[in-house]
Design a protein around this ligand. Structure first.
Ligand SMILES: Nc1ncnc2c1ncn2[C@@H]1O[C@H](COP(=O)(O)OP(=O)(O)OP(=O)(O)O)[C@@H](O)[C@H]1O
Length: 896
């Protein structure tokens, strides 16, 4: 088994190990299986056999490192030799760094992470280090408390990105007295188990900038840094140690011609090569004594690695190489880089701190020592006095100090060295984890002082006999004690200063804690208020949603009602139009026929009168024979037939009706006048009945209309009720006053509507009466026809009058209907605009659902509009605005 020291560099130098990966397919294709590296048996050097020179000879370069790993080495071996000593150092309180450098595709990520971080065989050094940490923690005593924090960052195109919080993309590097160099704002994740770290690593690795190049399918385009801080608090001696571990997987150096990258990848390659070249410069500056300035600040990478390169850290550089001749130049360049880095000297030290309690303890020990020394001086002075000697003055003492100075210094130095050695032993014992009990420490100091006093007294006693001889010695001893005292005082002062500094720090820290707790408190309050507000807002939103839903439902209902009203209105309108058309047709037809009929009847009357006259003259003429009279009578009949035929042939449909459908008109010649035959009267009566029937139909229609109107009214009233209920539901949220106002308004409007309804009912009754008049008249006429045939002509005239009045009524109805039609059109438009308003109101409501004020306003407007519309609807269906004017026109017509 190899010795551990085998790979340990001396004097804190950076440890450099070199790893060659197996040849890959790309290299096999290009340069075959031939390898350019020869590994030494002691595993410390590698010889690169370079290409043939022009004379056929082969030159070679030998490179020596702390360890060289050949192509077949296992991941475990690399870890044990390269990284394990570093993590062990970190666990002792040192800072540690492991970083991999090499050509792109040479195996840096393979070495650092491994193909699978959870595969125990294949995992790289990062997961193995983590396992070591947790194994160590679990095996140690309970008197040490561990705190582990991890961070992951990448430097991409000279910008530091937090891999655990990728929103942090351009973080700054800072320096602090306590923390040293650190990345400001970088997420630090506290971890408690191996699994925690693996999970974090998976998250961080997934965020890394990786791209496929000709040299590597998954080429890292950034430098990735895994930082682990391990702090150990020793509960026994109140000391704390803190070690930072930096695990850096650098982006690969690359020859652009080989990687064949362009665009962003070309820019990346430039950035990568630039920062790696700065790393080379830093290493060069650190190893060349002539160069005073180290350009750490020239790149983010070297700035972060300041402590790792030439500072307070134990560092291991792993250089990774390709064994193929295809990458010969890159391999040699990498090996040279490693060789240079080997010369970097680091100054690692344990980052140990004492707690205030521990420092107080040290001060009290020193104080004890001072008082012991004082006592010793007093004792010495007394001894001098007792021996009749004079205690030397300060001046004499100073002179003596000058005289005996070198001798005293020598004694002090010897003692100092002894102390240092003791301290070192203690420190080593500390670092090994050995414990010293506080009481034991006190005892040790007391023992030490007693021992010193004893020695001193012995010295004094031995010197008493020959005081003159030993006086100088005593004085020297005295001076030595004085000097030791002042040194101890100084030390003590330093410790006191340190304590006061620590106290100050402690106070600042406590202030910070106070501030933080205040911030926390504020934050909690803020959070609480915000949560409350959010809840309130949620509730409000829920309310608003409910309200909106209710309003929507109401709107839909109102809309549905309106659509029904519109439908009813359309049906009513269609009915009215049909009625109007039929009425007008009928009226025109009737008036035409009646006129012609009257004309014909008049003409017939005239003819009959003439003939009657002639006939009576002939009949009363004695000169006319009875035969002639018969002939005349015969011819009269013939004439009548002819006339009847002519009438039947005429265009008058009424006459035709009479003659063709109803049979003959028998004109009965009378002595002084001519009357209609009873059969004709019967027909006229039938006609009258038909008219009556028509009138009844009209009446029926009027009553239907009335019914429809009342239905409409009921609908409108229910709509008004809906609006009212809407209003009431919204008004609940409104002020009481507003509600009263609206209710009052509503009642007024309702009263108005009821009034107009009353008026309309009256009007309908009037209309009914009007339609009843001709009916009654025709009944009367029929009665009169029945009672007295002799008054038939008179009745016909009455009948004609009645027909005229009927025409007028029809005209009136027609006017009324057309006026109603116009108004219904207006009403229709109003209904349309109302629908539009309702729709826009609905939209508004949707948009401002949470604004109750607006809602109230809109609903109030809506209610007013709906009420107005309802009112107009009533008015339009009930009262014609032109009714009085119409009546005047009818009156005029009647008169004329
Ligand atoms: N020692 C090894 N044994 C087996 N395979 C290896 C070894 N080293 C590297 N590889 C393989 O070589 C390929 C490139 O390795 P890797 O990604 O680690 O290179 P890299 O140096 O990190 O590259 P880049 O700088 O481009 O990110 C990977 O497929 C990896 O698995």
């Amino acid at each position: 088994m190899e010795d551990k020291k085998d790979t340990e560099p001396e004097n804190g130098n950076v440890k450099v190990v070199c790893r060659f990966r197996p040849v890959n397919q790309n290299e096999l294709d290009r340069s075959g299986e031939k390898q350019i590296c020869q590994f030494s048996k002691n595993k410390k050097s590698v010889t690169i056999l370079r290409s043939k020179n022009s004379d056929g000879s082969v030159s070679s370069n030998k490179f020596t490192f702390d360890r060289v790993f050949d192509t077949q080495v296992t991941q475990r071996k690399v870890y044990e030799k390269a990284a394990k000593p570093i993590i062990e150092g970190v666990l002792k309180g040192f800072n540690g760094t492991v970083f991999a450098y090499g050509q792109t595709g040479s195996g840096k990520t393979h070495t650092m992470q491994g193909p699978d971080i959870e595969d125990l065989e294949q995992q790289g050094i990062v997961p193995r280090m983590i396992r070591t940490v947790f194994n160590r923690i679990n095996s140690l005593d309970d008197n040490v408390e561990y705190t582990i924090k991890v961070s992951m960052a990448e430097i991409y195109m000279e910008k530091i990105k937090d891999l655990l919080n990728p929103t942090k993309v351009n973080l700054k590097i800072k320096k602090d007295k306590d923390r040293g160099i650190y990345v400001q704002g970088l997420t630090e994740q506290y971890i408690a188990s191996e699994t925690d770290v693996y999970n974090i690593m998976k998250v961080g690795n997934a965020k890394r900038t990786v791209a496929s190049t000709q040299m590597n399918d998954a080429s890292s385009r950034s430098h990735s840094i895994f930082i682990m801080n391990i702090t150990q608090n020793n509960l026994d001696d109140h000391s704390s140690k803190s070690g930072n571990l930096y695990l850096v997987d650098l982006a690969g150096s690359e020859k652009v011609a080989k990687t064949n990258v362009c665009g962003t990848q070309l820019e990346e390659a430039k950035g990568i090569n630039q920062s790696l070249s700065t790393l080379g410069k830093v290493i060069h500056a650190l190893t060349d004594k002539k160069i005073k300035h180290v350009p750490y600040r020239d790149s983010k990478l070297t700035r972060i690695l300041t402590e790792s390169l030439g500072g307070n850290a134990k560092t291991c550089l792993i250089i990774t190489c390709s064994p193929s001749s295809y990458n010969e130049l890159e391999t040699i360049s990498t090996l040279r880089f490693g060789t240079a880095a080997r010369n970097i000297k680091n100054k690692p030290k344990v980052n140990k701190k004492y707690t205030v309690a521990k420092l107080k303890l040290i001060v009290s020990q020193k104080n004890k020592l001072i008082s012991t020394l004082r006592e010793r001086i007093l004792c010495l002075q007394n001894f001098i006095k007792e021996n009749g000697l004079e205690v030397p003055s300060d001046k004499t003492l100073k002179e003596l100090a000058v005289k005996l100075g070198p001798e005293v210094d020598k004694i002090i130095k010897e003692e100092q060295e002894m102390n240092d050695e003791e301290e070192k032993d203690n420190s080593e014992r500390d670092s090994e984890g050995s414990k010293i009990d506080e009481d034991d420490a006190d005892d040790l100091i007391d023992e030490e002082n007693k021992e010193k006093s004893k020695k001193f007294l012995q010295l004094v006693e031995s010197n008493t006999d020959n005081s003159s001889k030993t006086r100088d010695k005593i004085m020297a001893e005295y001076l030595k004690i004085q000097k030791l005292l002042s040194q101890e005082r100084e030390k003590c002062q330093k410790q006191v200063d340190l304590i006061s500094n620590l106290k100050e720090d402690h106070q600042i820290f406590q202030l910070k804690i106070k501030k933080l707790s205040l911030i926390r408190e504020n934050f909690d309050n803020y959070k609480e208020t915000t949560e409350q507000k959010v809840n309130e807002f949620k509730e409000e939103t829920e309310d608003a949603k409910n309200k909106l839903e209710i309003t929507n439902a109401k709107m839909t209902k109102v809309k549905r009602e309106l659509a029904e009203i519109k439908k009813l209105y359309a049906t009513a309108k269609a009915k009215v139009e049909r009625y109007e058309e039929k009425g007008t047709e009928f009226m025109i037809d009737e008036s035409k026929q009646n006129k012609e009929f009257r004309k014909k009847v008049k003409a017939l009357h005239d003819q009959i009168a003439e003939r009657d006259q002639l006939l009576s003259q002939i009949q009363h003429n004695p000169e006319v024979s009875s035969d002639l009279k018969a002939i005349i009578e015969e011819s009269q009949h013939q004439l009548l037939d002819q006339e009847r035929q002519a009438m039947a042939d005429s265009d008058n449909p009424l006459l035709k009706k009479f003659l063709i459908e109803g049979g003959d008109i028998n004109l009965v010649p009378k002595q002084d006048s001519c009357y209609l035959a009873p059969s004709d009267v019967e027909r006229i009566i039938a006609k009258q009945k038909e008219n009556q029937k028509l009138l009844l139909e009209k009446k029926k229609k009027a009553s239907n209309l009335k019914k429809e109107n009342s239905d409409l009214l009921a609908k409108i009233a229910s709509l008004a009720n809906i609006e009212k209920s809407d209003l009431e539901s919204v008004a609940n949220a409104m002020a009481e006053e507003k509600l009263e106002d609206i209710k009052e308004q509503f009642t007024n409007e309702k009263e108005k509507i009821m009034e107009s309804l009353q008026i309309r009912s009256e009007k309908v009754l009037q209309l009914d009466e009007k339609t009843d008049i001709p009916y009654k008249k025709s009944t009367k006429l029929r009665d009169s026809f029945d009672s007295d045939h002799s008054d038939k002509a008179k009745i016909i005239r009455n009948y004609e009058k009645n027909i005229e009045s009927l025409i007028l009524i029809h005209l009136q109805t027609s006017f009324e209907l057309s006026a109603m039609k116009v108004e219904m059109k207006v009403s229709h438009r109003q209904v349309k605009s109302l629908t539009k308003k309702l729709e826009s109101a609905k939209k508004d409501l949707k948009m401002k659902s949470d604004d109750n004020k607006d809602l109230r306003k809109i609903v109030s407007n809506l209610q007013n509009t709906a009420e107005n519309a309802t009112f107009f609807q009533h008015r339009n269906t009930i009262v014609s605005p032109h009714h009085s004017t119409l009546r005047k026109v009818i009156k005029k017509t009647k008169k004329s």
